[in-house]
Design a protein around this ligand. Structure first.
Ligand code: URA
Length: 302
């Protein structure tokens, strides 16, 4: 992709974040905006020198180190004679700074290094009140599918339909995801589907850092329980949370990464694909890499 095209996609991402933030503001009757403005005024009054420093142009960053090559992932199981060649090596993209977030804590009741069960994790989550998302939720959306799946899809957080039903990816984006899964030769029940946060962010705004921090140990525990051979991270939130980076999804997608020894393929979120259908082709290319990893042909079940 050309630099110009790359930049325009990043702009689309930023505008999308802004759109969702404004929707959230609207849902809150502008209250958040008022509080933000008051807070900013108080900060300005209290700490003018800090604000001035914050507004000063940032120092130019040191030139980035050259990207390290990423080796192709090993195939999931022994290669039969008919299987296509191993997944193509991908060019590494330089990681942008790791997101500063407290290290996720282990789950109480599950010993370090022990493989938890999904039931244990769900029990531990309980009627969760660990972050403010609990205030507006109708249901916790824990995850669904095969607890021993070879492939896990990780999304961002429940939307309105998921909140009502308590099941991930059942709305419009979910229907597209189901089609994508089936096009890969799986049934929805063959794979496991979950999200970074388990409660609906109001107005479908982005989850906030404290909400991600509160929920992340449960996502990590779910992946430890399922132990898939590959993960598809749907959208920048899932990819950035699991990989602990802040690289735009446009740079990450289509390139194999590794999460705790598991192959991870970042791709576009289905909700983004509904808004930008021309991008479906790229997402399909990413999923074909995953199929290649599992030695699957389009339309081939099992
Ligand atoms: N979007 C997500 O990221 N997850 C869902 O469960 C539904 C929509």
């Amino acid at each position: 992709m050309s630099e110009a095209l790359d930049t325009s996609h990043e702009l689309v991402e930023v505008l999308e974040d802004l759109r969702r933030h404004l929707l959230w503001q609207e849902e809150n009757g502008g209250r958040v905006l008022q509080v933000d403005a008051r807070l900013a005024a108080e900060l300005r009054a209290a700490r003018p020198q800090v604000m001035q420093r914050a507004q000063a142009p940032a120092p130019r960053p040191a030139p980035a180190a050259p990207p390290a090559p990423v080796s192709p992932p090993p195939q999931a199981s022994p290669t039969p004679a008919t299987r296509p060649p191993a997944a193509r090596a991908t060019l590494a993209v330089p990681e942008t700074p790791v997101i500063a977030r407290p290290a996720p804590v282990g789950l109480p009741g599950v010993a370090e290094g022990e493989r938890p069960t999904l039931d244990q994790i769900r029990r531990e989550l309980g009627d969760c009140r660990r972050c403010k998302l609990c205030d507006g939720r109708k249901n916790i959306v824990f995850g669904s599918g095969n607890p021993r799946a070879e492939l896990v899809f990780v999304g961002e957080g429940p939307g309105a339909d998921e909140d009502v039903q308590g099941v991930p990816f059942v709305g419009a984006a979910g229907q597209l995801l189901t089609k994508m899964i089936e096009a890969m030769g799986y049934r929805r029940d063959d794979v496991y589907i979950c999200n970074v946060v388990k409660c609906r962010p109001p107005g479908n705004r982005n989850p906030e850092p404290d909400e991600v921090t509160a929920c992340e140990p449960f996502l990590r525990a779910q992946l430890k329980a399922v132990q898939p051979k590959a993960i598809v991270a749907l959208g920048k939130f899932a990819a950035q949370t699991l990989l602990r980076n802040s690289t735009p999804i446009t740079k990450m997608r289509g390139n194999w990464r590794e999460y705790e020894g598991i192959q991870l393929m970042p791709t576009f979120h289905p909700a983004y694909l509904l808004r930008q259908p021309a991008e479906k082709k790229k997402a399909w290319e990413d999923l074909q890499q995953v199929m290649k990893f599992f030695g699957k042909q389009p339309g081939q079940r099992g």
